[in-house]
Design a protein around this ligand. Structure first.
Ligand code: 3PG
Length: 212
């Protein structure tokens, strides 16, 4: 799958909701309930970070939830990409972009949403064929102001800013012409995931799904 087609697929996923919850799942037993709550709250596209030993199992469980689109986050290597695809991930998100990772995702047909921040990184991703990127770490890298500045010379690229995004600053990003959606971990706080407080998470998802 070429990077151009990967980007089309990533863009279509990003257009499904204003927010992609970024999830750190410590226990796969919590995965299905968590995904069900988020999808019910109006956030069908989920990023499960490969930062816990349970992540791949969690992806496996969540991929079964009706209406959900489950991707793997923190995909750094070709091996990460393969393991994520084998677990049922339908897309991958990376904080950056390397040749090896891009080639691996093309080879195995896994849409990649690669990260870029500077004009040179964005241009490099464009040369590889990507037009839908993650802007990470969004707030630390200059926030909505920085992203707005990139829209001038590089209007053909769209972004999903992630990193430090909150309900308060999300509208600043979502109002930009080069932002399709934002990513953030605030929707599913660790304590509520651990407690299985799906009602609270569903309510927060519903609020997030109304952001614009
Ligand atoms: C991440 O990869 O950790 C995401 O960017 C989430 O960032 P956040 O916790 O600041 O929302």
């Amino acid at each position: 799958m070429t990077p151009e087609i990967q980007s089309q697929k990533s863009r279509a996923l990003c257009e499904r909701a204003p927010v992609i919850p970024v999830l750190v799942v410590p226990d796969a037993a919590r995965a299905e309930g968590l995904a069900t709550a988020l999808v019910a709250g109006g956030l069908p596209v989920l990023e499960i970070t490969l930062r816990t030993p349970a992540a791949l199992d969690a992806i496996r469980q969540m991929a079964r939830v009706n209406g959900g689109h489950v991707g793997a986050g923190t995909v750094l290597t070709p091996d990460d990409a393969k393991r994520a695809r084998d677990a049922g991930a339908s897309f991958a998100v990376s904080p950056g972009a390397t040749e090896r990772l891009v080639m691996a995702c093309s080879d195995i047909g896994l849409p990649l949403l690669p990260g870029a921040v500077t004009a040179s990184e964005v241009m490099r991703a464009m040369e590889m064929g990507y037009s839908m990127l993650k802007f990470f770490p969004a707030e630390a890298a200059g926030g909505a102001k920085a992203l707005k500045s990139l829209a001038g010379p590089l209007p053909q690229v769209s972004f999903c800013p992630t990193g430090g995004v909150t309900p308060a600053n999300a509208p600043d990003y979502l109002g930009l012409p080069n932002v399709v959606c934002v990513g953030g971990s605030w929707i599913a706080p660790d304590a509520e995931v651990a407690a299985g407080d799906w009602a609270a998470i569903e309510a927060r998802a519903r609020e997030a799904s109304g952001l614009h």
